[in-house]
Design a protein around this ligand. Structure first.
Ligand code: AMP
Length: 189
């Protein structure tokens, strides 16, 4: 099983690169942000709960997020593995992911840290907000999401280094070069 964590700040290109990895390696894709946005669109109770957090740039509580993740993970049959996009975002989520995979005889193969400078992240997210109309891609919420990233999510870099799974990727530049670096990291793991 090829279980990949694609990691990085909002706007680092996780979604774009995930699509390419799915195509090349035939893994399933879980974007927790996409799962939550679908729930909001469908007007479910979970969607209503999630919307309050998302619109505020805050994280959904860990216990709820971990349940959702396990549910989606177990819905895949004949899977070659999964790319986790936007999960984990806290140490508690990383520990829960490790335990969930261990319980199924699996583990994270590699964690890819897409690093992009802050001014570039801001510019990309503002542009995406104008093009896609994503409600949380406005300047005020973007700033909150970047704070949440630095305070709650970035500590995972050291966590995955300790696990021996960490791989740094320069997320600034040509998309094809970034994809090539990602493939090298996956194949050299
Ligand atoms: P994303 O599309 O990954 O940028 O996620 C958009 C929003 O969904 C985030 O700002 C959070 O409010 C929420 N979200 C997505 N993934 C998670 C997660 N793993 N833990 C908590 N909240 C999440």
């Amino acid at each position: 099983m090829l279980n990949i964590v694609i990691f990085g700040a909002p706007g680092s290109g996780k979604g774009t690169q995930s699509e390419r990895i799915v195509e090349k390696y035939g893994v399933n894709h879980i974007s927790t942000g996409d799962v939550l946005r679908a729930e909001i669109k469908n007007g479910t109770e979970l969607g209503r709960t999630a919307k309050g957090y998302i619109d505020n740039g805050q994280l959904i509580p860990d216990a709820l997020m971990v349940d959702i993740l396990a549910h989606v993970f177990d819905s895949f049959t004949d899977s070659k593995g999964v790319i986790f996009d936007g999960f984990p975002r806290t140490i508690a989520q990383a520990e829960a992911l490790k335990a969930m995979l261990a319980g199924r005889g699996q583990e994270v193969s590699v964690m890819l840290d897409l690093e992009v400078p802050e001014d570039e992240l801001m510019a990309r997210l503002i542009k995406r907000g104008k093009e896609s109309g994503r409600a949380d891609d406005n300047e005020e919420t973007i700033k909150k999401r970047l704070d949440v990233y630095h305070n709650q999510t970035a500590p995972l870099i050291d966590w995955y280094k300790k696990e021996g799974k960490y791989s740094h990727i320069n997320g600034l530049g040509e998309l094809d070069r970034i994809t090539a670096d990602i493939c090298k990291a996956i194949e050299g793991r």
